[in-house]
Design a protein around this ligand. Sequence first.
Ligand code: NAP
Length: 483
Amino acid sequence: MICIPITAHTNQEAIEDIKEASRIADIIELRLDYIKDPDLDALLRGRTRPVIVTNRSKRDGGDFQGTELERMALLQKAISLDPEYVDIELGSVSKFKDLGRTKLIVSYHNFNETPKNITQIHNDLIKSGASIVKLVTFARDITDNARIFELLKAAHFPTIAFCMGELGQISRILATKFGGMLTFASLAKGKESAPGQLSINELRDVYHVSEIDCNTSIYGIIGNPVSHSVSPHIHNASFRAMAINAVYLPFMVEDVGRFIESFKDIGFKGLSVTIPHKEEIIKHLDEIDPLANRIGAVNTVINRDGRLVGYNTDCPSASDALEEILKGKGGWNQKVVIIGAGGAARAIAFGLKEKGAGITIINRTNNRGLNLSKEVGCNYARFNEIEGIDMDVLINTTSVGMFPNVDESPVPPTILKNGIVVFDIVYNPIDTKLLKEAKAMGCIIINGVEMFLRQAALQFELFTGQKAPVPLMERIIKERLLR
Ligand code: NAP
């Protein structure tokens, strides 16, 4: 169930928001503490959805301006109008005697952390005489969500539980999978009642939250940062189009080991891995595909009955994107310059070396570039030597030119000779400065979407064993990147 809190400041606005929310939510939370002089009759009369009445003090993250006695009196008056539910904090619940037909939600909020004793707090909430208990904490680390999921799984009492904050957003999406009674969504951006609350549009249109149940499989992307990743949009839309009961989430992960340890039991089925974890993830896997092992970087993890297996889809997707163009230029026997020596460069260099290309790596940090060139068995050059290098193909694998630094290019335009192939794996923006300059010089250009789309499709196939809906994926990538 999705509950939309009403956070308007006037009766008129609140009545309009209730009307709009009633069209899309299963239940409404009327936040009396936000409304100046609430007109309870007008707010509760003629409602078409069940309502939770809440009047939060500042201490509990609310905005009630009066005294504690006034706060209680307003709640008591609201209860006399028979709302379906009233939410009262654990510390205040003993002050209410007669609730009539209204069901009691007893709540605990912690805006600082997810304390160690959440099970004890949950038990205290249950003992308070509640019909439903609500336990909401703040996630300081992605693994705090896993503790809330474990609590929900073990709960034998109607419970609402999730984490607040950006790191807690995944618990707002997944709460109902683990038995949580409902999740909260704002009516629109800017109308949130708590930190990290997602909008109803995001919950419904991106994550299809109403369709999540105990059988929904969990996938996601681990990285830092991940909040702007396009992958949740691509994979969730693809799952839906293929009628697969699965959800794909952004996991903002700082410590890969801790994440794997606490989420393996939660039961994820597959992961995309992005900056900066593609190499670090390897030591937490049970098995690595031979290609990913040679490359030394993994961007896809599959959970096969508890065994984590790593793959690299960056490598074949970059080769594929290039192959189509190189077919018309005599095949793989080309002089290729790769700028960069990070995870993507590694995958591309190993892949192209196996195809037979002659490779020169150039990198800002010489040691890192030299080491990669030794591992691959190719040439290395310094940045200031690039003018003198004869090349058929130039590949940018650095993040130079990526949003927001869209006015940067990794190389001077003078090296971009007519007829060479210039492949920029940066895909946000699609038309990077490097590609614009290359096009102007008469080069053949390949943009990063060509690789990104292919690697996403390969990941989807590894995740599900089914062919990816490539045209849909392409449309979503372009829609998101051209916004
Ligand atoms: P990474 O492992 O962090 O490597 C980043 C590389 O960029 C390093 O070689 C780094 O050089 C270089 N670099 C960063 N800032 C630079 C600067 N200001 N000047 C010169 N060099 C700079 O990252 P990654 O995973 O390889 O990803 C790199 C880029 O590729 C990102 O933009 C990512 O979005 C994109 N990518 C695209 C696809 C796709 O499917 N199209 C797939 C994977 C990655 P140092 O060694 O000197 O730090």
